[in-house]
Design a protein around this ligand. Structure first.
Ligand code: AP5
Length: 288
């Protein structure tokens, strides 16, 4: 099969995947005094032919962020909170793969089947497969509401591809937030993680439990433990992070985009810390 043919097959499969998944979106999220309708990220999760139910509001200077950090540091949790506060969409490559995983094996392309096997083991999916998927969804990077990339880029090759795409599209990154946490705290977070099968909301069995055990507070979906949160996969993921993703810290520092944030404390504390760091960062950049 040609490269183009392989890409088309992969994307068609992801597209079918997500359309068939039940979605409770849009839903209302209470944040302090404000109530905001969240969008369903359909264009990201289901592929470029899908339209988001509630497109993010266009803002003058949208936040275009990358969240870096080891697996389990809390990137997904923060992306969700930041989405509510900043309006920018939460774009997770892991969520796209997990949406494909819900499909019957017979409808998955060979590239996607291979990708899911890498993921199950805790290894990184090959760069070409990940890039095909992100490139197809580049409309989400152009979104007037901005974006929060979670889990991408994860290798220097992915970061270089993203950089040239953003340059050619004239879309400057605002900052790359690097969440820092000890390995023991990361392992504790991963071992207790529970995820909603339907809306993908993330909980922690003891630190951030749902109101009713095993049931999502937001949509009443069933909570499950990710296959790659087993101890043997966790150590492979942490090794893959050290080998392939940690070098991105130096890459983005050199570009003057790296913003380190301590990932200790409650999710709300970390979110507040991130927003004040981002606000100060933006003020510094615009004063230059
Ligand atoms: P992906 O889904 O991106 O997983 P990850 O990077 O390993 O990150 P996680 O989702 O595990 O953790 P997180 O940092 O988001 O933490 P969370 O908020 O959930 O990728 C999965 C796989 O897909 C990869 O291994 C790879 O195979 C493949 N893949 C995806 N993108 C790829 C790419 N670009 N290239 C190649 N392969 C790719 O929090 C964790 C737990 O902690 C939760 O239970 C949460 O409730 C809890 N928690 C969060 N914050 C706190 C807090 N402050 N205090 C206490 N508990 C907390």
């Amino acid at each position: 099969m040609s490269q183009g043919g392989a890409v088309l097959t992969l994307l068609t499969v992801i597209d079918i995947t997500a359309k068939s998944a039940a979605s409770p979106y849009p839903y209302k999220e209470e944040v302090g005094m404000s109530t905001q309708t969240k969008n369903d990220r359909a264009s990201w999760l289901q592929g470029p032919s899908a339209q988001c139910t509630v497109p993010p509001k266009a803002v003058g200077d949208p936040w275009r962020l990358i969240l870096l950090g080891a697996p389990g540091v809390g990137k997904g949790t923060q992306a969700d909170l930041l989405n509510v506060r900043l309006g920018a969409c939460h774009l997770s490559t892991g969520d796209v793969f997990r949406a494909a995983k819900m499909q019957e094996a017979c409808v998955l392309s060979p590239a996607m089947k291979a990708a899911l096997e890498y993921m199950r083991r805790g290894d990184l999916v090959p760069d070409a497969t990940v890039w095909d998927m992100v490139h197809e969804r580049k409309g989400c990077l152009r979104c007037d509401g901005g974006f929060i990339l979670d889990g991408f880029p994860r290798t220097l090759s992915q970061a270089a591809s993203l950089k040239s795409l953003m340059e050619s599209e004239g879309l400057p990154l605002t900052a790359v937030v690097n969440y820092e946490l000890s390995v023991s705290a990361i392992v504790a977070r991963l071992s207790g993680r529970r995820t909603c099968q339907t809306c993908k909301a993330v909980y922690h069995a003891s630190e951030r439990p749902p109101k009713m055990a095993g049931i999502c507070d937001r949509c009443a979906g069933k909570l499950f433990q990710r296959e790659d949160d087993r101890p043997e996969s966790i150590s492979i993921r942490l090794e893959a992070y050290d080998r392939s993703t940690a070098p991105l810290i130096a890459f983005y520092r050199k570009l003057g985009l790296l913003l380190p944030v301590a990932a200790t404390g409650s999710p709300e504390d970390i979110c507040a810390r991130t927003i004040s760091a981002l606000t100060a960062w933006r003020a510094r950049v615009s004063a230059r």
